[in-house]
Design a protein around this ligand. Structure first.
Ligand code: HEC
Length: 119
C-alpha cells in the first residue's frame, strides 16, 4: 500500500519533469498570438458605421414617429433581432421613400447582424 503510493508519486514527479522539459521545446515565436485587440477594433468600427446608418436613416424619423425605438449604442445589440426582421424579412423599414438604404448600407447592416446574437 505504502509502496504503491511511493510509485504513484514517483510516476507523477517524472511526468511533471517530462512535461516541463517537453513544453520548453516548443519555440515561443512559433505560437501564433491571437490578435484579440484587432478583432475587437474591427467590430467597433462596424458598429460605428451601423450606428451612423441607424441615426441618419432611422432615428431621423423615429425621434418623432416612434420615440421608443430610437437606436443608441446602448440598445442596438438588444434590438438586432427587430432590426433584422423589419429591414431584411418584412422589408417594411425604413418606412416610406424618403430614407432609402444604399446597397452599401444594406451590406454593412448585414455584416453587423451576422455578428449579433439574434433570438
Ligand atoms: C419615415 C419614418 C421611419 C423611418 C425612416 C424608419 N422607421 Fe422604423 N418605424 C416607423 C414607425 C412609424 C414605426 C411604428 C410602427 C409602424 O408604424 O410601422 C416604426 C417601427 C419600427 C420598429 C419596431 C417594429 C416593432 O415590431 O415594434 C423597428 C424595429 C424599426 N422601425 C426599425 C427601423 C429601422 C432599422 C429603420 C432604418 C433602417 C427605420 N425603422 C426607419 C417609422 C420609420
Amino acid at each position: 500500500m505504502n509502496q504503491n503510493l511511493t510509485y504513484k508519486s514517483l510516476f507523477f514527479s517524472v511526468l511533471t519533469v517530462v512535461l516541463f522539459l517537453g513544453s520548453s521545446f516548443i519555440p515561443l515565436e512559433e505560437l501564433e498570438p491571437v490578435n484579440f485587440q484587432y478583432a475587437a477594433s474591427e467590430d467597433l468600427q462596424i458598429e460605428r458605421e451601423v450606428l451612423k446608418i441607424l441615426q441618419t436613416k432611422c432615428n431621423v424619423c423615429h425621434q418623432r414617429q416612434n420615440p421608443f425605438m430610437v437606436f443608441k449604442e446602448q440598445n442596438i445589440s438588444r434590438r438586432a433581432g427587430k432590426i433584422y426582421q423589419m429591414v431584411f424579412i418584412e422589408r417594411s423599414m425604413p418606412k416610406g421613400t424618403d430614407y432609402q438604404l444604399t446597397e452599401e448600407e444594406y451590406s454593412q447592416l448585414k455584416n453587423w447582424l451576422l455578428k449579433q446574437k439574434i433570438n
